[in-house]
Design a protein around this ligand. Sequence first.
Ligand SMILES: Nc1ncnc2c1ncn2[C@@H]1O[C@H](COP(=O)(O)OP(=O)(O)OP(=O)(O)O)[C@@H](O)[C@H]1O
Length: 376
Amino acid sequence: MIQKTEAQPHLGRSISLSDLHLGYGGRDVIAGLSLEVRAGEFIALLGQSGCGKTTILRALAGFVPVRAGRISVGGTDMSRTPPEARGMAMMFQSYALWPHMSVAQNIAYGLKLRRRPRAEIRARVAEMAALVGLGDLTARKVQDLSGGQRQRVALARALAIDPPVLLLDEPLSNLDAGIRATMRHEIRALQQRLGLTTILVTHDREEAMSMADRVVILEQGRIAQAGTPEEIYHQPASPYVARFMGLGNRLEARVEQGLLRTGNGTLPTGGLHAPQGTPEGPAEILFRAESARLGPAPGPALALSGQVVSAFYLGSAYRHEIAVGDDRILVDAPQRHQAGTPVGLHVPATALSLFPARSQTSVTGQEAAMAAIPTL
Ligand SMILES: Nc1ncnc2c1ncn2[C@@H]1O[C@H](COP(=O)(O)OP(=O)(O)OP(=O)(O)O)[C@@H](O)[C@H]1O
């Protein structure tokens, strides 16, 4: 457990990214990204592999040059400031610890580089080790620690330099599920207590939602949506965000005079989430497997009929693949329904997101299944 110590809260600095262009060789990976981060705010950058999350983080730390645009921290332009003068701490997926050095030596590393006096380093190491719950292990070599303990050393080393900004690059992905959940909670608690401005890069939506004040979803180097975890989860701004947030079921639809028609069901469009307006004509609807029901649903709902194709056990429910005409959708239910069983299913209107039809390739069954499976 991370300990409560006398560490004084100090407010982190605000960060302003304006019209930022970053890239490698002849290619811009980030082309015109703007984002305002409040002092003390925790932001999660979430997106598919290769969308540019780490590039943004490395540019903030000063390891990737800014091609155009600006990075300001606390109102000061840092776009051309060398990494060591930015005062930012970065924690990597690999932790980048020195295995043959002790816990204390690793925590002291950044302070030594900054040529702080010996007595100050000793006191700071003790304070940081206690802060992350490693007060008894300062003499132990890092190679003799568990994964979770190494992660704490990396956190203590990052915090030791008293950074106004903490950058976290997938810091929990090497930990097993149980300790990952604990560390999420502990890092968040520590960040709030110290008032650190924090940017987390992750591809795990549950991690992003459970830790951050605001989640920024990136799509090919651009912001697809930025909002609170609740906004992103319940009000996705585009089909990309919807699918990324687990609305893995997609059905083609038509809207005619305020009525949605899809598969073999119809529903007034009134209560639907339609962030791009209610289109007349071809449309698509998206929803989660866990928000559909085999059987009746309270309130207005899209009623569909289909046949069970297969079912598999998730622990919390049975996930069923249902054939609705030529479409395949996934629906959770508390009991298993056998393959071949005809079923009536309902999707509450409030669980449906409606978008104008797009020209992109449609989601394959496998993609839908992957997107719809919750992070367990
Ligand atoms: N040093 C580099 N030289 C050239 N291209 C690079 C370099 N680093 C990253 N890229 C490319 O830039 C793009 C964005 O990479 P980045 O690491 O920022 O993505 P990411 O969203 O963090 O991905 P992941 O989740 O897989 O870590 C990718 O296409 C990647 O191949």
